[in-house]
Design a protein. Structure first.
Length: 209
């Protein structure tokens, strides 16, 4: 089963002004993975077409990057993709899972056009972060481990994501887990990749305090 969570953006203070980064500084990889599989969890599972695509923040500032796009049959637009936002630190890359806007399978879809909709630089970056990343080879798959650090005096729920790549560097899966991290606490996390995974990483999505 493929599990994908919607991503909301955490703002340290909604009233603080922000500004937009030049979207030319966001580089979207061409090696997108178009798939049709089960999304959601429990009674909310559905079969839908989605795209795994990566974006790199080449600037010297972190930003909430928003990607959108559409599915095509190679020539014509088949459907729209839901826009998604992720925090990308300077010089780093994140994997986006862009789902068909109507959450339906699109058997005629052959490709995806991805657009950078925006790159917002907040006054305050998200406080939680992942440290101590470690990759462990386990037979024909990769395991990734890390520690989620919550340095502030409030506990919070955070969506933790992982990306696993194959030998050619193509994203294979993007599993997730929602965890509670108490105030000023570090929480260990681990994800097991699929067969054939050669690399992996962990990063954070939505945080709610």
């Amino acid at each position: 089963m493929w599990r994908i969570a919607a991503i909301a953006v955490w703002f340290a203070c909604a009233s603080e002004p922000s500004r937009q980064l030049d979207t030319d500084l966001i580089r979207v990889t061409k090696d997108a993975n178009l798939r049709t599989d089960t999304i959601g969890d429990g009674k909310f599972t559905e079969l839908a077409t989605f795209v795994l695509v990566e974006a790199e923040n080449t600037s010297k500032e972190g930003a909430y990057v928003t990607l959108g796009g559409e599915l095509t049959d190679g020539t014509n637009v088949v459907s729209q993709l839901r826009a998604q936002s992720l925090w990308i630190p300077p010089g780093e890359m994140r994997t986006f899972a862009l789902i068909d806007k109507e959450r339906k399978p699109r058997p005629s879809a052959k490709a995806a056009r991805i657009h950078v909709r925006g790159a917002m630089v907040p006054r305050t970056p998200p406080p939680m972060n992942v440290e101590g990343l470690r990759e462990v080879a386990d037979g024909d798959k990769t395991i990734v481990q890390g520690i989620v650090d919550n340095p502030i005096a409030r506990g919070g729920n955070v969506m933790v994501f992982a990306t696993f790549w194959d030998a050619g560097g193509k994203p294979m899966t993007r599993p997730f887990s929602l965890i509670w991290v108490p105030a000023k606490t570090k929480q260990p996390v681990q994800f097991v990749g699929p067969a054939g995974s050669k690399r992996g990483t962990i990063f954070l999505g939505d945080t709610a305090y």
